[in-house]
Design a protein around this ligand. Structure first.
Ligand code: SAH
Ligand code: MG
Length: 951
């Protein structure tokens, strides 16, 4: 495809020094802001006490080539801008391009138009020359009439000159036509225009010899090409359809498009700017309404240099183009190459239109990048780069900005010296909450304080993102408070935060401005610009107040018919999971790999149209990385199983975007029994990093060692009843069926339905299906699974001999973990309670053994510990040995239990202790019978139960 000519450099918006640095260095620019405390002498003579002045800032900007230090400023941002300014000066970058004044531009415009109609231009290689030549082959009166719109869109120089005259043309490109009109008036001796049509022609024909030499080049071929295009009717009620343009090379293609729109010739056809990819020649073609011509000649009667289109606004096309489009429009990719009369063209289909539409939303960009339109969703969190599938958040954000004609986003990274070990918390575990003050003090959230050497070169990164309009106005600013060990993590997380909010806005589309601001607040986003609607959400179409709120909603409905329903409810119908249960199941953080297909089917009839298939599709569970019902189903499956279900959730825009054949779709979709049919096979599951790390290091696996530890305690205790608090998918209960113990009754409690149903399946197959094997040598007489929170006392479980709570408390908030301890020892009151949780200090070892992604210097252990992540992104905290000891000792003391400490993986005597730390609480006094009188009778729900048959 040909690139368009850029003769005059496009006018640069006024950029801040930081923006210029960003353009030149991207993320390689690192701003370090430090607080400077100025010491003033008091005015009072004699009393020579230094006083602290207000807090001031100085910024060091580190660039690959140099590092500069700003002066001292009251505001951080001024210090940063000043540093950037100094750097720009030192590097001598960005010599300001001197733009012509509007007056000069007007003169150049006249000259440019004269040149376009010169003989020289006619024979030169320029896409516009192709148009001019094509008009010369037209028969009769039309010969040599060049539509104004082609001059306005196919000559980059004209556009940039007009932008100098009036920057508004950036958002309202049709203004260019009126400027060309006015400039042409100055050339009346050379060029003619029409009062009623939008064309220009030479007053005197081109010299015959030039025409003849051009004729010779023309091989006179009668060839006819077919170009697929689509029609977007102005009425939202009418659907978008495919059409074919039949163009013989003897004809002017714009005339053919005009014919399709119901007009004789191209004189009054208007052309939108190019849409989609930067190099694309995909444009919308439509007819100029009569009122437009009147406006054009009345020379802006309202004093404002904006043309008001009267006529029926084509809402879909206007939204699509971000420009006002009137009446029916045709979307096509076609144009002249630089040479001869060759046309280049690409087919535009209904599917492509919906894909381009999808590409305007952050979620859509993600779906397209994953090539899974009906299956994937923009994940809600960025855990690790290794787990992320599809385009990275930062790239999606850049693409989004290009789509909406915004400037490239500006990412600013700030470094924060890392003085105190802070509680690692938040999404990926690599995220640290830092006190607002710029980096100097980091609050220790968990009360851990590890003294680090003063000159620790360890740093944390925070990322702030700014979005600017094309003209340089700040629109949005996203300033998450989270800090990351890696710059890239900070950038990706901040990008995702901004994208998530934008996506949310797109899903609900038009919301009142106040509401928008409110939701933005929760995402640490500030909106600076009320016109955000016109810039991002509905393109330029509301700019002139032509679309009212009702029209907007209608438009949105017609474009994004996505149901925002987020409950499973009756969405999944007739779910069947087939195949033997293998026990290998996806859980939070793991990466299941599925094969799936989605078809459009009509229930009761034998009609089925496959619309999306994928042989290997991997996603991370727990982040909403797929449509919620796929995740819901996949987490109920085990490897090797096959699931089948239907849903009535028909998202026609998505269906059109993924279906290859859009011809059959409308009739299928219009059937009221139409549904989407999903077929899913679970091929494999990649374990979450916690297990992967542990597997690499421990044999037998840490989880097995925990179970063995518990079994040992149970054997020694001669207990006959056991509750497993937070039993998850029942791994401990299942294991206990394999050991000869004194246990007769076991119960498991969990809040997770998914975990419980998996536990039920596993225990069921062991006890019921294989009752022979299960029954003979275990002493167990009954097993029950309860649903409920272990922080609520369920009276069924009072007074059991032994309680286990393995790797559960770290999945709760810290106060909840403390609450559990109190409830367990004051209400459940087992004789023995075993609690295990990761030892945070051991992560240094685990994560060091982890493959290259965490390349860590072999410096001192403390620095390493600071950089450690949690083992699993679902963990709310991970305690050091000291923190765990504190919690357990206090708890035991409160309830008159004894506690001793142990663990598995590693050793108590070798730093950094056990990998999994365990506290065993023991009660050596007898329970009185009436202790429970005061407790209210709260019962857990029984999820599944098994009792040995009495022989
Ligand atoms: N004990 C199991 C599972 C550990 S995963 C094992 O060792 O394999 C942690 C489990 O704690 C999850 O199943 C989660 O659902 C459960 N959990 C978290 N908070 C809970 C609460 N308040 N009440 C009950 N279960 C909880
Ligand atoms: Mg855990």
């Amino acid at each position: 495809m040909e690139t368009r000519e850029h003769v005059v450099a496009p006018k640069k918006p006024i950029l801040t020094p930081k923006a210029i640095i960003h353009q030149n260095f991207g993320n390689k620019a690192c701003y370090v802001v430090e607080e400077v405390k100025e010491v003033h002498q008091t005015e009072c003579p004699g009393l020579n006490i230094p006083q602290m002045g207000p807090c001031l800032y100085r910024c060091t900007l580190q660039l690959p080539e140099l590092s500069v230090i700003s002066g001292i400023f009251k505001k951080k941002k001024d210090a940063e801008q000043s540093a950037a300014e100094i750097a720009i000066e030192k590097l001598g970058i960005c010599p300001e391009t001197i733009d012509p004044t509007p007056q000069e531009a007007q003169e150049s415009l006249v000259a440019r138009i004269a040149y376009i109609f010169s003989e020289k231009f006619l024979i030169c290689d320029h896409p516009l020359s192709g148009h001019i030549r094509a008009t010369l082959w037209r028969e009769g009166d039309l010969c040599g009439l060049v539509p104004l719109s082609v001059i306005a869109v196919y000559d980059a120089k004209i556009f940039s000159l007009c932008r100098c005259i009036n920057p508004e043309v950036e958002s309202d490109p049709f203004l260019v036509i009126s400027y060309i009109m006015r400039a042409t008036a100055n050339l009346y001796q050379f060029l003619a225009t029409s009062e009623r049509h939008l064309w220009i022609r030479r007053q005197s024909p081109y010299p015959q010899d030039i025409i003849e030499s051009l004729m010779k080049e023309d091989d006179g071929s009668q060839e006819c090409i077919q170009v697929a295009a689509i029609r977007i009717p102005s009425s939202v009620e009418q659907s978008i359809e495919d059409l074919t343009l039949h163009i013989s090379l003897k004809e002017y293609y714009l005339d053919i498009i005009a014919n399709e729109l119901g007009f004789q010739d191209a004189a009054n056809i208007l052309i939108s700017r190019s849409l989609g990819k930067a190099s694309s020649e995909t444009r919308l073609f439509f007819a100029a309404p009569k009122s437009y011509l009147l406006d054009l000649y009345s020379n802006f009667p309202n004093g404002k240099e904006t043309l008001y289109f009267k006529g029926s606004l084509n809402a879909r096309a206007s939204y699509f183009a971000g420009q006002n489009i009137i009446g029916d429009a045709i979307l096509a990719t076609i144009g002249y190459t630089r040479k001869s009369r060759d046309l280049f063209y690409e087919d535009v289909t209904v599917r492509l239109y919906y894909r381009m539409l999808l590409g305007k939303t952050p979620g859509g960009i993600y779906k397209l990048s994953r090539e899974a339109i009906l299956a994937s969703e923009l994940p809600s969190k960025f855990t690790t780069r290794a787990n992320w599938r599809g385009s990275l958040p930062r790239d999606i954000l850049c693409m989004f900005c290009r789509q909406h004609r915004l400037s490239e986003p500006l990412f600013s990274i700030t470094c924060h010296p890392f003085n105190t070990l802070s509680g690692l918390s938040g999404l990926s575990g690599s995220c640290l909450k830092v006190a607002e003050s710029c980096g100097n003090v980091i609050e220790s959230v968990n009360g851990v304080s590890v003294t680090t050497p003063k000159s620790s070169d360890s740093e944390l990164f925070k990322c702030e993102i700014k979005l600017f309009s094309r003209r340089g106005d700040l629109i949005l600013q996203c300033s998450p408070k989270d800090c990351y060990k890696k710059q890239n993590d900070a950038i990706q997380n901040a990008s995702l935060k901004l994208l998530s909010w934008l996506n949310k806005c797109f899903k609900s589309m038009i919301v009142p401005f106040e509401q928008l601001c409110q939701t933005a607040d929760n995402f640490n986003i500030q909106i600076y610009y009320e016109n955000i609607f016109t810039d991002i959400f509905v393109g330029q179409s509301t700019h002139n107040g032509q679309l009212d709120a009702i029209q907007c909603n209608k438009l949105v409905e017609s474009i994004y018919r996505n149901s925002s329903c987020d409950m499973l409810g009756n969405i999944v119908n007739s779910l069947k999971i087939e195949g033997p249960y293998s026990g290998v199941c996806p859980c939070n953080g793991s990466l299941p790999c599925i094969r799936y297909s989605v078809s459009l089917a009509v229930e009761g009839e034998n009609v089925k149209e496959v619309i999306e298939v994928c042989d290997e599709f991997e996603f991370e569970v727990g982040l909403g990385a797929v449509v919620f019902y796929i995740e819901e189903v996949v987490t109920q499956m085990s490897v090797g199983q096959y699931a089948h279900f239907t849903t009535n959730l028909l998202t026609s825009d998505l269906i059109f975007a993924s279906a290859d054949d859009s011809v059959k779709m409308p009739s299928l979709l219009s059937s009221k029994d139409c549904c989407l049919e999903y077929e899913i096979s679970l091929i494999k599951v990649t374990e979450p990093p916690e297990e992967r790390m542990e597997q690499a290091l421990f044999s037998p696996p840490l989880s097995k060692q925990r179970v063995e530890f518990a079994v040992q305690q149970i054997l020694e205790s001669h207990a006959s009843t056991l509750i497993d608090f937070g039993c998850g998918s029942g791994s401990l209960l299942e294991a206990l069926l394999n050991y000869p113990t004194s246990l007769e009754k076991m119960a498991g409690v969990d809040i997770s339905q998914k975990g419980l149903s998996r536990a039920a399946k596993i225990l069921n197959s062991k006890l019921v299906t294989n009752s022979d094997a299960g029954g003979q040598w275990t002493s167990i007489k009954s097993v029950i699974l309860y649903e409920g929170s272990i922080t609520n006392f369920g009276s069924q479980l009072h007074g059991f001999d032994i309680g286990t709570c393995l790797e559960v408390i770290e999945h709760m908030d810290e106060d909840q973990a403390c609450l559990f301890g109190d409830v367990a020892l004051s209400s459940f009151r087992p004789r023995i309670l075993i609690v295990s949780t990761p030892n945070f200090e051991y992560n240094v070892v685990l994560q060091r053994s982890n493959p290259p992604s965490q390349e860590q210097e072999e410096s001192d252990e403390k620095t390493l510990l600071q950089s450690c992540k949690f083992r699993n992104h679902d963990h709310k905290f991970e305690w050091t040995r000291e923190q765990f000891r504190q919690w357990a000792c206090d708890l035991a003391a409160r309830h008159n239990y004894k506690v001793h400490f142990s663990g598995v993986g590693g050793s108590a005597d070798v730093e950094p202790g056990f990998a999994s730390q365990i506290a065993v609480f023991k009660r050596d006094w007898k329970l009185e019978d009436d202790v429970l009188k005061h407790a209210d009778e709260h019962h857990y729900n029984v999820i599944w139960e098994w009792n040995r048959k009495i022989e």
